[in-house]
Design a protein around this ligand. Structure first.
Ligand SMILES: Cc1cc2nc3c(=O)[nH]c(=O)nc-3n(C[C@H](O)[C@H](O)[C@H](O)COP(=O)(O)OP(=O)(O)OC[C@H]3O[C@@H](n4cnc5c(N)ncnc54)[C@H](O)[C@@H]3O)c2cc1C
Length: 353
């Protein structure tokens, strides 16, 4: 087992070492904001950042991934990137699955959802190309918001394909209100997507899938969209420190904050934690730390390239206006800018990396 310093140590006016575990929506932004204030080590199980929901557009338009897959090193020129999975944490060290120990002064846990896709950006780009080439005529999907968004992408870009969405729950989009679920369902049906509720896939034999109630669906392509697993929930205090720990913060979907799990909130957590870390690292008083208050529900679910269904507080709307906000670019340009990059790829780099 190798011991690796984070690149500096506590004391003597030297920069502190902040290890960020998880380079998703929250961890990437926090690392970006701290890279000039500390010795930042970003540890992620893959070498790149990807907006989770942008991957659904990349399935139907592989070139979209050129902008939405960003190597961590690209937006973190002044930090160290460790591509490995954290398997254990002590009061001062993180153990990676490769057997390295990384010491920290401060730790930020931002492990949201476990990503079991490709480790390298190029492999992920190739995966999307291969997906498109396997242009079969019938596609079947199983799962919640991911299933709805992917069904929308396929229905709009490939209207000739027969798409079936099987969902275990009694309605779609259970994480927001029933009106939003009904509007999304009506939209999908209007695009000739077959929606089967209250069932899940039990068995598969030679491309014939059997649902829990014995219905059979013949398909040549199946996507499991039932959601990536999440580690256990982390209890955090109002300053976003993990309860019982002075030097460990928790941000993003992994936290037990009683609010809807959304990326824009994960980013707000990142900004609060970054502010508090800067304060603590410069010897500020704990009492001066910023606090985070759980947010009201606000969610956008895209329905193809132009439409979306949105829930803003208790108001639900569907169509072109929420579509303009999310579905056109899926917040990719905005997120790239937040990471200090250009909204579009620099000329000459499109399709070239
Ligand atoms: C279909 C869909 C649509 C969505 N649409 C929106 C939307 O429009 N707007 C919005 O704000 N939110 C949206 N969300 C929610 C948003 O994706 C999440 O809230 C957000 O990704 C949470 O960010 P995070 O940083 O906590 O976790 P993640 O983004 O899941 O990142 C976690 C990172 O940690 C890494 N990791 C996990 N375990 C380890 C480990 N042990 N060691 C090292 N690395 C590890 C993973 O590889 C990953 O890179 C959507 C989600 C889905 C599924």
């Amino acid at each position: 087992m190798a011991a690796m310093g984070g690149g500096g140590s506590a004391g003597g006016g030297e920069k502190k070492t902040v290890v960020v575990v998880g380079g998703g929506v929250a961890g990437s932004l926090l690392a970006r904001h701290l890279q000039d204030h500390a010795n930042v080590v970003l540890m992620d199980s893959k070498e790149y950042f990807e907006l989770p929901w942008a991957s659904l557009r990349s399935m139907v338009e592989p070139l979209f991934a050129e902008r939405s897959l960003i190597n961590h090193s690209e937006y973190l020129p002044n930090a160290r990137v460790v591509v490995s999975t954290a398997i254990d944490i002590t009061e001062s060290e993180v153990l990676t699955e490769k057997g390295d120990l990384i010491t920290y002064d401060y730790l930020v846990i931002a492990t949201g959802h476990v990503d079991i896709g490709a480790l390298a950006r190029n492999d992920k780009l190739c995966f999307y190309q291969a997906e498109l080439r396997s242009s079969v005529s019938m596609k079947q999907l199983e799962g919640g918001p991911t299933g709805v968004e992917l069904a929308g992408e396929i229905a709009v870009d490939f209207p000739d394909k027969k798409v079936t969405l099987v969902h275990r729950g009694s309605r779609l989009l259970e994480f927001i209100g029933p009106k939003a679920g009904k509007k999304a369902m009506d939209w999908l049906i209007s695009k000739k997507v077959e929606v089967i509720l209250g069932q899940f896939i039990n068995n598969e034999l030679d491309g014939v899938y059997e649902t829990s109630s014995g219905e059979t669906i013949k398909t040549d392509c199946y996507y499991d969209c039932t959601g990536k697993p999440m580690g256990s929930s982390l209890m955090v205090d109002a300053n976003l420190r993990v309860k019982g720990h002075k030097n460990i913060f928790g941000i993003g979907d992994i936290t037990d904050i009683p609010e809807i799990k959304q990326g824009y909130l994960a980013q707000r957590h990142a900004m609060v934690a970054a502010k508090n870390l800067k304060l603590l690292m410069t010897g500020g008083e704990e009492s001066g730390m910023a606090t985070y208050r759980a947010a009201w529900p606000l969610a956008f679910v895209s329905l193809g390239r132009n439409d979306a269904v949105a829930q803003i507080l208790f108001i639900t709307m569907i169509g072109y206006i929420p579509g303009m906000i999310k579905s056109r670019d899926l917040f990719v340009g905005k997120t790239r800018k937040q990471l200090g990059l250009t909204s579009d790829l620099p000329l000459g780099l499109e399709g070239d990396r």
